[in-house]
Design a protein around this ligand. Structure first.
Ligand code: DGJ
Length: 737
């Protein structure tokens, strides 16, 4: 890793272990231009990558018609001075105009990576892990400065980008757009890939050919959203899991975002990501500053698989933080699908007791334990145990669960308030609202105004009190609606459009404080399932409830899509009862367990209602996961067969030293008189020998205990035999001998 600056050629060459990112300064530094991003190259004649030439275009440099903003690959493009493509920033000056040009002023190169005050970000633990370039750009007329920050890592092929605006002038400025990263790539022959979806159908992979014009995704919901994950990638058309170029961006943010690619008239492509400019504005008074969220850029020359492994390692080790980051995660059981709101203390204890007997380690009490909440129409905000259901309060239940030998976990939804709650009756102005207008409800609830310091403080107090009141070792932090009537009673009219982003800053402050003050608590994020599965949340809470859809077949796609960016240890996956509550489908317990074991494993069912045979199966599954979870949670993922491309799915996890691996194979529907199928493994040492052991008790043509060469497993593969029937799955372990 290095950031090299060539003073004569005015070239910044940023290097990660396997990639280069090159910025040049043209016209005495007037404009920082993007010269290269891709496979690592040696410093040489990078300035030659910039093509000059006359075009019918604005000429911002008097006397030189060979350079125009209309086609220059600008590192941080603006609007109004000759670049007509979508800009990375837009600022309105005190006179109402928006032609604001930011030009190079100075730079510095630092060891390490400064933290992003108030925002989630990847971090380093020592300064030799990274280097950071800060490019300072200024607008001569207004005093607006933008500090573009680029961090490269010694161990990761990733670049972290963000921007800090500083207002050093004397008249107010309004930021209308402040994206985190923009890259102008040569050419336009790319495929566009993103993760789209809906509640119960999160992170479906979509890929299509890029065309002229702008194409993009965004969230205007005040959450990163079920609908579009803040992740985009451009791929060379031939790229697949293991080959081809991938240029990916992921925003470390949990609110509304926008990401787009624009193919311009000259066939070049601008890719960018950041806060959604829609309904956004930020007033900068003299002396004030504004910091954008961080974007993580990953280039892979070896397809999507290598891209994912880069994201996974970086996020596992340097985005997630806290005492649980490097710890094996417990197998949990959650009472939501078992009881919904209808439970008693005794019922919960019975479930916990049965779960303990099966080897489960953590019991989670979900919604319905507080206020008078027997359905979803009341009590959010009244975080006091419902004594009818829990006569001894939370403390007695938590202690009894602990005495049974399980950790106790609790569901909360701190960002919300029910109109039918004591909190709302006492503080009707504490929610997002516009005075005198309807307060639109969703799931019968309103959103607390986290842009307000007093609201954040009150919520922090309530949650801190709960966490101190009982032996709570885990928290599921839920959030079940999107924002409407986004207005804050505490902000003046000229700052109302700051509300949604200020909300996120308030939320991050509260999360930061709580997770630091209760370091023993394992936090799991949730937003009606995976409505906020993003790196912003993972910074504070190292795992996320992936989807409310627990159907094993649906989960193949949901978890496969999620795995493009997010590591398995962060991906909550539970076995639930059949018929499945979301799809009505009946799948075998083995397949449900194998699908869930592919990630952060748990249960979501009534353990007291199982037959003896089912209990025996569960016991085996739980024991099995304990044997393989170090691989799933800390190994490298290799995707083998995509559920988006056929009726099969397969993936494997390989230990860092390639000495051990676990392989999962799934077939959804049976096929009469079908072909003999085989699939190839990946990520092994071709020169090593591995013992193959089926972990599902089924011996087949691959044998049990057979020793294979890593080369044979990877170039010839394994037989994919499942036996007859729909919804089949297989599981094998490989151990180097
Ligand atoms: C939505 C979550 O995703 C579910 O798992 C459950 O916790 C419910 N909320 C409870 O209201």
């Amino acid at each position: 890793m290095a950031i090299l600056y060539d003073e004569v050629r005015r070239i910044f060459h940023l290097q990660t272990p396997g990639t280069s990112y090159v910025i040049g300064l043209v016209k005495d530094g007037a404009a920082p231009v993007h010269l290269y991003w891709g496979r690592k190259i040696r410093p040489g004649a990078e300035e030659r990558l910039l093509r000059r030439g006359w075009r019918h275009a604005p000429a911002p440099f008097p006397g030189d018609n060979t350079l125009s903003y209309d086609w220059l690959p600008l590192e941080y493009p603006g609007y109004g001075t000759g670049d007509f493509r979508h800009p990375a920033y837009e600022a309105q000056l005190d006179d109402g105009t928006t032609a604001v040009e930011l030009i190079y002023d100075s730079h510095r190169i630092l060891r390490g990576k400064p933290p992003l005050e108030g925002l989630p970000a990847v971090y380093v633990e020592s300064d030799d892990e990274a280097e950071t370039l800060e490019l300072v750009l200024v607008n001569r007329y207004s005093g607006l400065k933008a500090v573009l920050s680029y961090t490269v890592f010694a161990r990761h092929d990733a670049i972290a980008r963000s921007v800090r605006f500083v207002h050093e002038g004397d008249r107010p400025i309004r930021l209308l757009r402040a994206l985190s990263a923009s890259v102008d790539l040569p050419g336009s022959r790319y495929d566009w890939l993103h993760l789209s979806g809906a509640w119960l159908r999160e992170r479906m992979i979509e890929r299509r050919r890029l065309t002229t014009g702008t194409q993009g995704i965004e969230s205007r919901r005040g959450a990163s959203s079920h609908q579009h994950n803040p992740f985009i990638a451009l791929l060379s058309p031939d790229a697949d899991e293991d080959h081809g170029d991938v240029y990916a961006m992921n925003l470390v943010y949990s609110g509304s975002f926008a990401a787009q690619a624009e193919v311009d008239q000259y066939g070049t492509t601008r890719l960018s990501i950041g806060l959604n400019p829609f309904d956004f504005g930020w007033l900068l008074e003299p002396g004030e500053s504004f910091r954008t969220p961080e974007a993580i850029l990953v280039y892979s020359a070896e397809g999507l698989g290598a891209m994912s492994r880069t994201f996974h390692r970086l996020y596992r080790t340097r985005l997630c933080r806290g005492t649980h980051r490097d710890r094996i995660r417990p197998i949990l059981i959650n009472n939501w699908e078992a009881t919904y709101f209808d439970f008693t203390e005794e019922k919960l204890l019975e479930i916990a007791r049965s779960a303990r007997g099966l080897g489960i380690e953590l019991f989670v009490l979900d919604d319905g334990w507080f206020g008078k909440r027997n359905d979803d129409t009341s009590s959010l905000g009244d975080w006091k145990a419902n004594e009818r259901k829990l006569p001894g309060g939370l403390r007695r239940l938590a202690e009894r669960v602990r005495d049974e030998g399980l950790l106790f976990g609790l569901w909360i939804e701190p960002e919300m308030v029910s109109p039918d709650s004591d909190l709302y009756r006492a503080h009707p102005d504490w929610c997002l609202h516009v005075p005198g207008r309807r307060r639109t409800e969703m799931r019968n609830q309103l959103v607390l105004d986290f842009s307000r310091e007093d609201v954040c403080e009150a919520v922090y107090r309530m949650i801190a009190d709960i966490l101190s009141s009982a032996p709570i070792g885990y928290v599921k932090w839920d959030m079940n609606r999107n924002m409407t009537e986004i207005g804050s009673a505490a902000l003046p009219p000229e700052r109302q459009r700051e509300t949604a982003h200020r909300y996120m800053l308030g939320l991050y402050r509260v999360l930061d404080r709580l997770t630091r003050e209760f370091p023993h608590v394992l936090f799991e994020g949730c937003a009606s399932g995976g409505g906020r599965f993003d790196p912003g949340m993972l910074h504070y809470m190292p795992q996320t409830w992936t989807s409310d859809n627990t159907d094993a077949v649906a989960r193949l796609k949901i978890q496969y899509g999620t795995s493009l960016v997010y590591p398995a240890i962060a991906t909550g996956a539970h076995v639930s009862a059949v018929p499945n509550h979301q799809t009505g489908r009946v799948t075998p317990l083995d397949m449900r367990a194998h699908a869930a074991m592919s990630a952060n494993f748990g249960y979501e069912l009534d353990a007291t209602a199982l037959t003896e045979e089912e209990k025996e199966q569960l016991r085996r599954h739980v024991a099995l996961y304990k044997e393989i979870r170090h691989l799933v949670q800390f190994g490298d993922l290799y995707r083998l067969l995509s559920p988006f491309e056929g009726d099969e799915a397969a993936w494997m996890y390989v230990s860092e030293d390639r000495a051990e691996a676990v392989v999962f194979y799934f077939r959804v529907l049976a096929e009469a008189n079908g072909p003999f199928r085989r699939f190839r493994l990946k990520g092994l040492d071709p020169d090593a020998a591995y013992r193959l052991e089926p972990l599902d008790g089924r011996e087949d043509a691959n044998g049990s205990g057979s020793v294979y060469g890593g080369d044979q497993l990877m170039w010839a593969g394994l037989h994919a035999e499942t036996g007859p029937g729909d919804f089949r799955s297989r599981l094998w372990r490989l151990t180097r001998v």
